[in-house]
Design a protein around this ligand. Sequence first.
Ligand SMILES: [Fe+2]
Ligand SMILES: [Fe+2]
Length: 165
Amino acid sequence: MKTKSIELLNKAVADELSAVHQYMYFHFHCDDLGYDLLANLFKRTAIEEMGHIELLAERILFLKGDVKLKASLEVKKINDVKKMLELASKMETGSADDYNRWANECAKNADSASKKIFEQLVEDEERHFDQYDVEMENMKKFGDNYLALQSIERSKNISSGQPAE
Ligand SMILES: [Fe+2]
Ligand SMILES: [Fe+2]
């Protein structure tokens, strides 16, 4: 039971780490382009994924395993905002699917604490997906104005003495 749980928890750590790297990469580029809303969304989500790593790592250590802190994927060098949101949404649904399956696997192995962690993560990943999905819808609805408005918002904040985060 323990070995299987440790393996699944470590797989999740690897995926979470990939998400942290990918979202921070998106954060830097959105920030550079002046899209504060998206830059902040990617940063906030990356920080939440880091919190997930912590939860998973604590459980791994409790089960007397060790944390393999190695990302499962290389960062994809995407600079187009629409494609960023598409990849981020795909990563979130992929994680939610995996964690649902792994929660069931832990339940089968009578490890309800690990199961609960995976279930908690599913809720968070579904919320992340929803946030990215809303931005994709906004982009569709407002077209080029969507990004232009974000740049204008930043200029407004800077000129009123409130620089972006
Ligand atoms: Fe996560
Ligand atoms: Fe997520």
